[in-house]
Write a protein that binds this ligand. Structure first.
Ligand code: GLV
Length: 322
């Protein structure tokens, strides 16, 4: 019987599914697996169910050339060297679609929380510092009728944009290509990124992390944004130059930021934690019960298909089998 290693304790439904087909070993310890432990545990398996916190690279593949598939428990796959895998005829898969809406909802949770200062106000209440209603306390930004700029209008960016309908927002987007759905349903305008940054009241990031998108938002881009605008990131931390963001927030160059991801997770650049004009969450974009279960089923199904000699539904490199 083939065997698989699961690097993080994913929902049981995925483990049970894999156990119907293979010998399954799971890392049950919370926290990121050390490199050493990852290398040790993949030595004798046929497939690996990895997470975004595991670096899946050539060293790993060469350590055990018997591995046929790395199935990532995430839609993002910047942790995987897909080219190295293709070269070695190893399949890589991810978990698209099932987390689109929950991640878009998280972007909206951050957007609303930062614009309406929900976390700051909550903190005052729960520390018993509130002394009563004030006409000018916790004034924030409006949402209805404002302009939403979506950078990266793929699945998640599209969903974020579509959810603006209830707020009658004007939608701008930038990215690699036109998105006919957004243009038809929202009258969204495809603009270059500088125009989007200059014109939006909310800028939301949904690009995959790559060499091209690393520090896509730095000091220059932040300086283009309105002083009343907010930046939302549910994509990947390194898309923003976090030190430059801290400076822009400190100097009130922009009004605030809602961040779910960080440049050096689980750390953050010094000073970010001291800024009141931020809402900071812990990379929980896909963290709903149903979504994480669905991701577990998807990641398991991809691995089962690959190890049974079929093309996995969410294969990132089908050309590996050419
Ligand atoms: C989470 O960050 C994911 O890529 O699924």
């Amino acid at each position: 019987m083939k065997s698989v290693y699961i690097t993080r304790c994913i929902p049981q439904v995925g483990i049970d599914l894999l156990a119907q087909h293979f010998n399954v070993r799971v890392n049950e310890r919370p926290g990121k697996l050390t490199r050493q432990a990852l290398l040790e545990n993949i030595k004798d398996v046929d497939g690996v169910l990895s997470s975004g916190t595991d670096k899946i690279d050539a060293e790993l593949m060469d350590l055990n050339p018997g591995i046929r598939c790395f199935s990532n428990y995430a839609v993002g796959f910047d942790n995987m060297d897909v080219a190295a895998a293709t070269h070695r005829r190893v399949l890589c898969t991810n978990t698209p679609d099932v987390l689109t809406d929950s991640t878009a909802e998280m972007a909206w949770a951050l957007l609303m929380a930062v614009a309406r200062r929900v976390v700051e106000s909550d903190r005052i209440m729960r520390t018993r510092q509130w002394v009563g209603w004030e006409p000018q306390e916790f004034l924030g930004g409006d949402i209805t009728g404002k302009t939403l700029g979506v950078i990266g209008a793929g699945r998640i960016g599209t969903s974020i944009a579509m959810k603006s309908r209830g707020f009658d927002m004007e939608v701008l987007y930038s990215g690699r290509r036109h998105n006919p759905e957004l243009e038809a349903k929202l009258n969204a305008r495809f603009v270059d990124m500088d125009t989007l940054l200059q014109s939006s009241d909310f800028v939301s990031l949904s690009v995959a992390l790559s060499a091209q998108t690393h520090h896509l938002i730095g000091a220059r881009e932040l300086a283009l944004m309105k002083s009343t605008a907010y930046l939302i990131n549910t994509a990947r931390g390194p898309v923003i130059d976090e030190a430059a963001l801290v400076e822009a927030l400190k100097s009130k160059q922009i009004a605030g930021a809602g961040l779910d991801v960080y440049e050096f997770e689980p750390d953050m650049v010094e000073g970010l934690e001291l800024l009141e004009n931020t809402v900071l969450t812990t990379h929980i974009g896909s963290a709903t019960h149903a979504t994480r279960n669905a991701m577990a089923v998807k990641a398991a199904s991809n691995l089962i298909a690959a190890l049974n000699g079929d093309m996995p539904p969410d294969c990132l490199n089908p050309q590996a089998l050419d």
